[in-house]
Ligand binder design. Structure first.
Ligand code: FES
Length: 205
């Protein structure tokens, strides 16, 4: 398999190159080597682009590029690293409440759980907002397989080594880790990254 990429311009759909696509039903999609994924939210052929972005004059200009510094929460055996900018509210961290708290009252207490359960929870975080360090080494590889997964009524999960290339230097916002989420509702202020707006605007697809 060649190196996988997602390529886009400010006004274009997402062009996926040599990337497997897993549908929201969990099935592997039949895709050519290059295919276009909708990110305006208006396609009738979701997750694929059907050209509607041109009719609705979609602009994918990013409104929020203000990325704060990474936060490090050091424990005895593991350090939780939190990238506040990337968090899109998937909420899996709340499953380990003793460590991460709740949606309304988040916290980061690495000694309140075992490293194994903290790692397992962090690996569910699709955006790369949560990562971890052990012995001073920042873990980067979370996925063995490279693919794009469509979340029902939600973003695209890019997993594995998928290079993001665009005209807004978006790769500079990505986590060190091997995954991130891309907006497909058209509402994110952090385009092309997901910021959780699909929840507020009731995106379906
Ligand atoms: S980006 Fe082309 S139809 Fe949505």
């Amino acid at each position: 398999m060649k190196k996988s990429e997602v390529v886009l311009t400010q006004y274009s759909p997402l062009m996926a190159v040599d990337a497997k696509l897993i549908g929201s039903d969990g099935e592997l999609g039949e895709t050519p080597r290059v295919y276009a994924l909708c990110r305006c939210g208006e396609s009738d052929a979701k997750p694929m682009c059907d050209g509607t972005h041109a009719r609705v004059e979609f602009s994918g200009e990013r409104e929020d590029s203000d990325k704060p510094a990474l936060e490090y929460y050091e424990g005895k055996q593991i350090t939780i690293v939190y990238d506040r900018y990337l968090c899109m509210g998937a909420g899996y961290c709340g499953e380990l409440e003793a460590v991460f708290g709740t949606h309304d009252a988040p916290k980061y207490e690495p000694d309140a759980g075992s490293p194994e359960e903290i790692i397992a929870t962090i690996k569910k975080c699709p955006s790369g907002a949560l990562t971890y360090m052990i012995d001073g080494k920042h873990a980067k590889d979370y996925f063995d397989e490279t693919c794009i997964v469509v979340e029902k009524d939600g973003p695209l999960h890019c997993q594995g080594e998928i290079e993001l290339k665009d005209d807004q230097d978006s790769d500079g916002l990505l986590p060190d880790a091997d995954h991130y989420t891309l907006c497909r509702c058209g509402g994110s202020k952090k385009k092309p990254l997901c910021d959780g707006s699909h929840e507020e605007n009731g995106f379906r697809g």
